[in-house]
Design a protein around this ligand. Structure first.
Ligand code: IPE
Ligand code: IPE
Ligand code: MG
Length: 236
């Protein structure tokens, strides 16, 4: 099986999942966090090396204080107490995003989970928190500008070279999944998704289980990725 090395998920639909059941939006976020743990373990079992997930965008700060506070509390709880299975599985957890606007306890929990899992070798779980795709490119461009000021020669600089200016030097995304039915990328990993295959599903993220994930993998296997080339079979 041709397994995507880097899968990214826009975990959308938590709020609607809860509203549909007459529950507060927070209940959807809690359920979504359980789904994330299951999917991360499963993805590694399926041979995926890197799983990136969109947990909180820079624009999600526009939501009510109540919802933002709930999500931040949930991140702290997840990182401090709920990620033991992920750690035991040998998954290295990294967090991508801007550190400004984040509470002190959230920053501490981020530091701790990254430290606790840093030597793990089985795969990487990249959690995008206070993350924006355009922001990541801007932050990378600022770092690059600094290096240029210090004498870096960019006459032969390539798009591959820019990866080391991103938050973590992760490979390009092979498969991008969005749950929850919207057909947009909402400022997710714009640089890394340049040649991603897209998979959209109406399933709300809390209901996105192993078999839903496998459906996306099967679809991926049948896509013809050309990267701008023309494949032999089409030459005649
Ligand atoms: C995604 O679910 C999780 C976050 C953005 C934090 P939503 O909260 O956007 O759920 P919907 O899209 O309103 O259903
Ligand atoms: C994208 O979902 C962000 C996350 C999944 C964390 P949103 O619900 O914030 O995106 P829009 O508002 O539908 O574009
Ligand atoms: Mg949403």
């Amino acid at each position: 099986m041709n397994v995507p090395k880097h899968v990214a998920i826009i975990m959308d639909g938590n709020g609607r999942w809860a509203t549909k059941r007459g529950m507060p939006r927070s209940a959807g976020h809690l359920e979504g966090s359980k789904t994330l743990e299951k999917i991360a373990l499963h993805a590694i079992d399926m041979g995926v090396n890197v799983l990136s997930v969109y947990a909180f965008s820079t624009d999600n700060f526009k939501r009510s204080k109540e919802e933002v506070d709930y999500l931040m509390d949930l991140f702290v709880k997840m990182f401090n107490t709920k990620f033991e299975k992920i750690n035991k599985k040998g998954i290295k957890v990294v967090i991508s995003g801007r550190k400004n606007h984040l509470r002190e306890d959230v920053l501490q929990a981020i530091e701790l989970i990254e430290k606790r899992t840093e030597d793990n070798q089985a795969g990487i779980l990249n959690i995008c928190l206070n993350y924006g795709g355009q922001e990541e490119i801007i932050d990378g461009a600022i770092k690059l500008a600094e290096d240029i000021k210090n004498g870096l020669d960019v006459s032969a600089f390539t798009r591959d070279d820019f990866y080391k200016y991103l938050y973590h030097e992760l490979p390009p995304i092979d498969l991008l999944i969005r749950t929850g039915g919207e057909l947009r990328v909402s400022n997710f990993m714009l640089y890394e998704m340049s040649y991603s295959e897209f998979y959209f599903t109406n399933t709300y993220f809390p209901d996105f289980d192993k078999s839903e994930f496998n459906k996306a993998l099967f679809m991926f296997e049948n896509r013809d990725r050309r990267f701008g080339e023309i494949h032999d079979s089409q030459n005649h």
